[in-house]
Design a protein around this ligand. Structure first.
Ligand code: GDP
Length: 206
């Protein structure tokens, strides 16, 4: 099927930048992944694209502090650009750096006409935090469509996980740009990966 073909096709890093002036030219649809540092974003991007190390995990510093652009499924009708955004809210780096990242993230989110959706990753164990809500505020204000993806779903038992999904849905349902539905995923077990891939393919059809 389309999703399988798309996500097992080519996936190439082609651009990284830590400044707004350094963004690649807009070309085709972009779908971005955002989340607090350590939320499991690199693991999710790798699981999604069936790569061991497309996105670098937080144990290998470097790329994750930039906006990184990957072409997914080049040559296929549903090819798109996956944007791995720098993790926010990492306390161990200086305040100035946090401010610079926040500025970059928010400016990118406001100004990118070909950005079709942002998947905002939330650690299923922790739920929405203040800095997540700030990012959602920016997305609402900029009318950038976003959907919540819970990560590390394997770390919760079914009951608490269902409760987390319910409370998270409740917290975003009235937000202006939130796309309905919360997708629970685990990069460890692969749970929810099909659902996320299917959501992306649906989005590319819109
Ligand atoms: P990033 O900083 O958001 O890119 O997060 P990473 O992908 O580097 O993951 C951060 C930490 O969370 C690592 O210790 C991972 O092993 C762990 N992690 C990532 N995905 C999962 C998951 O699906 N389940 C569990 N239990 N842990 C995960």
């Amino acid at each position: 099927d389309i999703a399988r073909k798309l996500f097992s096709g080519k996936a190439d890093f082609f651009w990284g930048t830590d400044s707004l002036g350094g963004l690649p030219p807009m070309h085709g649809i972009e779908i971005a992944f955002a989340g607090r540092s350590n939320v499991g974003k690199s693991s999710l991007v790798n699981a999604l694209t069936r790569r061991k190390a497309l996105a670098r995990t937080s144990s290998t510093p470097g790329r994750t502090q930039e906006l990184n652009f990957f072409r997914i499924g080049e040559g296929q009708p549903h090819a798109f650009t996956l944007v791995d955004m720098p993790g926010y809210g990492y306390a161990a780096v200086g305040k100035e750096k946090v401010a610079a990242w926040t500025e970059l993230i928010h400016a990118y989110l406001r100004g990118r006409a070909n950005l079709a959706r942002v998947y905002v990753l939330i650690d299923a164990r922790h739920g929405l935090k203040d800095n997540d809500l700030n990012v959602l505020d920016t997305l609402d204000k900029s009318a950038v469509s976003y959907q919540i993806v819970l990560t590390k779903a394997d770390a919760l038992k079914p009951g608490p996980l269902a409760e987390r999904i319910r409370t998270t849905e409740q917290a975003v349902v009235r937000r202006a740009a939130a796309y309905p539905g919360v997708i629970a995923t685990s990069s460890r077990t692969g749970d929810g990966m099909d659902a996320l891939q299917a959501a992306i393919v649906r989005l590319l059809h819109e």
